[in-house]
Structure formats: C-alpha cells, structure tokens
Design a protein around this ligand. Structure first.
Ligand code: VGL
Ligand code: ZN
Length: 223
C-alpha cells in the first residue's frame, strides 16, 4: 500500500492526538507547563487536516497517588469534574472525533494516552484502528511526561508516529528534560517535524500571526 506523493489527502490514514491540553497544565493552572497554552493555536491550525482527531485528558480522583498528599511527585491537578481538568477554552473542538480520559484509578498513574478510554470504554488504540488509522501526529502537554509516554506507546503498538515539535511544551523539572525526551522519542523511531513541515505536506501554507484563513492551492474558482 504505497501512497503517491502529492495525493490530495495525505492524512487519510492519520490521526491528530492532542495530549492533555487542559487548564491545569496551562499558565494559571495547578501544574502549569511554561507556555503550555502556546500549543493551542498551532493545534487549531493542524486539526482541520485530519479525518480523526483525538483528545486525551488527565482525569484523576481527588486522592490520586501522584498527588503530594499521597506521597506522589505532583501538586493536585486535573481532578475529575474540576475546571482545571477541562480542555483549554481556546482549543477548537469542532474537529474532535473522540475524547479519552486516563489516570482515573486512585492507585495508578497513567501518563500515556494509550492507557486511556473513551466514555464507552474503548481504548485509544481501538479507536484508532476502528478508523483505519496507521499514523499518528502527537501534540500537547507535557513533552517530558504524557507526550513522551504516548509517543513511545504508539510506536510499541505499531503506529508510525510523528511528533509536532512546536505543538508540544515540557515541564522541565530538570532543565533539558524536554530535549532529552525528544531525543528518546526520536531514537525509538518517532519522526520529529514542525507544524510548518506538516502543513507543507498538506499543500497548505503555514499561517502567520495575522490569523488569515488558509486557502486551497486553487483558490475559489467555478462559482
Ligand atoms: C502529566 C504530570 C502529571 C502530563 C500528567 O500530562 O504530562 N504530567 N500528570
Ligand atoms: Zn496527572
């Protein structure tokens, strides 16, 4: 099954995975990732290209084992039903096909989106296979935790995995954690690409900060 270069729908068997773009991981949140919200406009620009778009959400009970009060490493974050657990308000939902949640058990952490399930109990891998997806483009938060784990799991599950390097941000508990995580993903087989490179494969010009809508290569003829 080869795909011709320049085919009109290069993302026909691809899914965009939006990892944990939640209020608690953005500035002002309980476990804010520096510049975490800056991924949102990049992701919003990519989403229309993909036939399948899946969001993941960290979705913890109030007594989750990863919280400091239970001896875990993190302040309380993404508590089920709280505002902090909601997707960032500027994240465009109109192209989202499925939403998975993870980290719902009090006694286990789950960094990978592949440990998540939708509201009917389907895992991320099941959702992707149901849609004929063979390639995933991973975006979101945080590079050194849930993005990393999702990418490594995606590779183990046999997907071709792309990481969109300007659509992710790291926590960097130790300086350089994000760069080390990226190198680990790359050496495990992931392809690192900028959003401009991804958009160029779709024959869509990268958009500047003016917010101008992108146009197809033919413009609007034939009215
Ligand atoms: C995450 C720390 C704790 C993440 C989740 O989404 O990367 N990081 N829980
Ligand atoms: Zn968490």
């Amino acid at each position: 099954m080869t795909r011709k270069h320049g085919e009109a729908t290069p993302f026909r068997q691809a899914a965009l995975i939006i990892v944990d773009v939640q209020n608690d991981f953005c500035p002002g949140g309980r476990l804010a990732v520096p510049d975490g919200d800056r991924v949102v406009p990049v992701i919003n620009q990519l989403a229309p290209l993909f036939p399948v778009v899946v969001t993941t959400q960290d979705w913890h009970p109030a007594n989750h084992c990863s919280f400091e009060a239970q001896g875990g490493p993190w302040p309380p974050h993404c508590v089920q039903g709280s505002a902090g657990a909601e997707l960032h308000p500027a994240l465009d939902r109109q192209h989202v096909t499925a939403r998975v949640k993870k980290g719902m058990r009090a006694d286990a952490d789950a960094y990978s989106g592949f440990e998540g399930t939708d509201d009917t109990g389907h895992t991320l891998a099941e959702i992707l296979r149901q849609h004929g997806v063979t390639e995933i483009y991973v975006t979101g938060l945080a590079t050194d935790y849930c993005v990393r784990a999702t990418v490594l799991d995606g590779l183990k599950q046999g997907f071709k995995v792309h990481v969109v390097t300007d659509a992710i941000r790291g926590v960097n508990v130790k300086p350089g954690d994000d760069a080390r995580a990226l190198e680990e993903m790359r050496s495990a087989g992931a392809s690192l690409e900028t959003s401009a490179e991804v958009l160029s494969h779709a024959d869509v010009p990268a958009r500047g900060s003016t917010g101008a809508a992108y146009r197809g290569s033919e413009g609007s003829v034939g009215e």
